[in-house]
Design a protein around this ligand. Structure first.
Ligand code: XIL
Length: 396
């Protein structure tokens, strides 16, 4: 049966119609692969935005001038193999957080080869490097559901979980007692989306929770406090930054946990906000975030921004535009956050685009190198560096 619309079409019309359909399909397919700025994202980019700054010539100096700490994460293999990078790190940062070395197992690093063994070669190198260059050290992360060795799931059970937790913390924290600025004692204990958790407390269903119940968090902090009374003990998490139902639920669950721990007398001293930001986000609400920070500070807790970076996966390829957007996000986010006196440190998750975990975890669909961090791949400051410095300078 020929449909009425088509009965008068001639052969050439079908060819034109088909070509038109093909071209529009191809156009959609091709352009869907190349991020382009939507109208709202164009709001993010102000070609005339001023990123000039005065004063300090390193982020370390800019932070120190305002009684802040600026630090970076780094991997031991990069510090060992790339002296140019290591040198720039010691110039720009006053704190180092091992990206792999103090996890149970990460990358080619195995702090815990077996239930009874510890291999401290990587963290020892990081502490030696830090001591040589007068860097503070953050420990990351003692108790987490991620970066666990292969033996963990088969070995840990209801009977031994407390002993495994206490043995790890006592051994690792005890070894570096007195040398650590702060420890991420527990990392990411709240569910990715607390609204979907059947638990009213929104905790993430991890092995630790399964075997030890909700008190595993208190146990971890008490064990760490006994092993190193001088370290600042931090609860660290992500997804706390934006004005969205998901992040609001995360902030609510996090506050609930912190209030519960403080009421219990848990030796917790600070909240770590990872701050893995998104270049394409248009729902950053400074006042909403500042209210959350104030509520945390009201619990007599300090705040650290612990893993700051800005993913550019969904930003346009054009480097100048991408760099401007990212720099603006660094400045706007930190200017908002640093208005809270309880914030004591800003740590970026990496220093240079030469080594960003986002290259692997959030690569760009167009395959172009990511540009999330303060220094470019040649270790030169980018506008992101200016954005961070301007935020430091904005502190009264
Ligand atoms: C990441 C590292 O950067 C990667 O190299 C590793 O493969 C996986 O972990 N939140 C955290 C960090 O707390 O430990 C994660 O680091 C990034 C997300």
């Amino acid at each position: 049966m020929t449909l009425p619309y088509f009965k008068n079409l001639k052969r050439r019309h079908f060819i034109r119609l088909s070509l038109g359909t093909l071209i529009s399909f191809l156009g959609d397919f091709l352009f869907s692969k190349v991020p382009c700025l939507s109208h709202t994202q164009q709001v993010l980019d102000d070609p005339n935005r001023d990123f000039s700054f005065e004063g300090s010539s390193t982020l370390k100096e800019g932070a120190t001038a305002k009684n802040l700490i600026y630090g970076v994460s780094a991997r031991q293999d990069h510090l060992r193999s790339d002296p140019e990078f290591a040198g720039r790190l010691t110039e720009e940062a006053s704190l180092l957080v091992p990206e792999w070395a103090l996890k149970w197992a990460a990358g080619d690093t195995l702090l815990r080869p077996s239930p009874s063994q510890f291999d401290f070669s990587a963290p020892d190198f990081m502490f030696k490097f830090a001591t040589r260059h007068n860097l503070l050290v953050r420990g990351h992360a003692l108790i987490w559901h991620d970066s666990l060795p292969k033996w963990f799931d088969d070995f840990v059970n209801h009977k031994n979980a407390q002993q495994v937790l206490e043995h790890h913390i006592n051994t690792v924290v005890g070894r570096y007692a007195g040398k650590v600025h702060s420890w991420d004692v527990v990392n990411e204990a709240i569910a990715y989306d607390p609204r979907k958790s059947w638990r009213s407390d929104g905790l993430r269903n991890t092995a630790w929770l399964k075997y030890l119940g909700t008190d595993y968090i208190d146990l971890a902090f008490r064990t760490a406090a006994a092993a190193d009374p001088n370290a600042l003990l931090v609860y660290n998490d992500f997804g706390l930054d934006y004005d969205s139902p998901l992040h609001e639920a995360k902030r609510t669950a996090t506050l609930r946990l912190l209030r519960h721990l403080k009421a219990k007398g848990t030796p917790i001293h600070a909240l770590g906000i990872q701050a893995h930001l998104k270049g394409e986000a248009t729902n950053f609400n400074p006042r909403k975030l500042q209210r959350f920070l104030h509520d945390v500070a009201e619990l007599d807790l300090k705040i650290l921004i612990t893993e700051l970076d800005v993913a550019d996966k969904k930003l346009p390829a054009e480097v100048e535009q991408r760099d401007r957007i990212i720099a603006g996000i660094y400045e706007d986010y930190l200017s908002a956050v640093l208005s809270e006196p309880a914030v004591i440190a800003v740590i970026t998750w990496g220093l240079s685009d030469r080594y960003s975990y986002l290259s692997e975890f959030k690569p760009r669909p167009d395959g172009k190198p990511v540009r999330p961090l303060p220094l470019d791949t040649n270790l030169k400051p980018k506008l992101a560096w200016n954005g961070i410095m301007r935020a430091f300078n904005s502190i009264p």
